[in-house]
Design a protein around this ligand. Structure first.
Ligand SMILES: [Zn+2]
Ligand SMILES: [Zn+2]
Ligand SMILES: [Zn+2]
Length: 331
């Protein structure tokens, strides 16, 4: 596998003919259950809650896209740029139970999972090679789910992924023009208009964005300005419990529409080791604001071509939020 940069969009892609086998493995056991005969390699563990052996743990991905050893060795290839696929690829196991999902777990269990995510990001950002740490979850066969056990995944990369780069640039431009954070402004307008707000819980808001990419797209954002998720997680651990509760309730609502979704955490890139060439690093604490994006996969609702080029959502955020608000959920 190697990384190549598209000279036009400036986005990196990972490509190679040595693609790891993603077909369902023949093993009859689960690599992430506590009693697994051949468990994946463990990286770190969170303490158990309510008598469980552990609550969440990070493990090495059994077929990683990125390898942790070596240098990126970025080099030119004529007009192009390429580098080795150096990085980290981990599985974040959300629960020791094979059937305990984020929407059925207790709030203290979800809290431990979110704290694990914060700790892993913090730890990987100490490595100067890594510019960004992504955490994401693909749930359901049409969303590209890989394992039966409830898991999310983490990648640490030597570049900032495209969508985050767009957000960083847009955040910086908005801040330059208005000296305000665009996400903070979105939150205050959404609270004022109250047409797309799904739920407010303590310091967090769940809302359907004004220009959704897919029906029922939902964002969870802290109301207090903060660029980096892991700083919240480690400095104000109490609020992680509230975040977990809002995440659980939001996923319950979305599951009344569809069981399949993508979830991604967008946080600040690695500012411990500042890039000399990229100027968005300087104001990042003021102009970027971490958030979680949930993109439900609604069968037959998206048109494949328009979806890729111009997003098309046949449900507006105003009607989407009504249906999600009215959803019957537990707890
Ligand atoms: Zn399992
Ligand atoms: Zn902000
Ligand atoms: Zn985002």
């Amino acid at each position: 596998m190697e990384l190549r940069k598209d000279p036009i969009t400036r986005s990196w892609v990972i490509t190679g003919d040595d693609v790891p086998d993603s077909a369902p493995r023949a093993e009859s056991f689960c690599q992430f259950c506590p009693d697994s005969p051949a468990p994946a390699q463990m990286i770190s563990n969170m303490p158990g809650v309510d008598g469980g052996p552990w609550s969440a743990r990070a493990m090495v991905h059994p077929t990683p896209l990125y390898r942790v050893e070596g240098e990126p060795s970025r080099r030119a290839d004529g007009i192009y740029d390429r580098m080795s696929s150096v990085g980290a690829h981990e599985v974040l196991v959300e629960s020791f139970r094979h059937d305990r999902q984020l929407w059925t777990a207790s709030d203290p269990e979800i809290e431990q999972f979110l704290l694990l995510a914060a700790q892993r990001i913090q730890d990987l950002k100490r490595d100067a090679r890594f510019k960004y740490v992504s955490i994401f979850k693909n749930h359901g066969p049409n969303a590209g789910q890989e394992f039966a056990h409830p898991t999310s995944q983490l990648t640490a990369t030597t570049f900032v992924p495209r969508r985050v780069l767009y957000e960083l640039r847009a955040g910086r431009d908005y801040f330059k023009a208005k000296e305000r954070c665009v996400f903070c402004d979105i939150i205050s307008q959404e609270l004022q208009q109250n047409q797309r707000v799904l739920e407010v819980r303590d310091d967090f808001i769940a809302l359907c964005p004004y220009a959704p990419r897919v029906p029922y797209e939902t964002w969870i954002i802290p109301r207090t300005h903060e660029a980096a998720f892991e700083r919240l997680g480690l400095a104000r651990p109490g609020s992680v419990l509230d975040l977990g509760a809002l995440l659980r309730r939001t996923l319950q609502r979305i599951r009344t529409v569809t069981g399949e979704f993508h979830l991604v955490l967008h946080t600040a890139p690695n500012t411990l080791h500042r890039s000399k060439s990229l100027d968005y690093w300087r104001t990042i604490d003021d102009d970027y604001h971490w958030h979680i994006e949930i993109l439900p996969v609604v069968a037959g609702k998206a048109k494949s071509y328009t979806f890729k080029e111009v997003y098309y959502s046949p449900v507006t955020s105003e009607s989407g939020v009504k249906r999600l608000r009215a959803a019957t959920i537990e707890g």
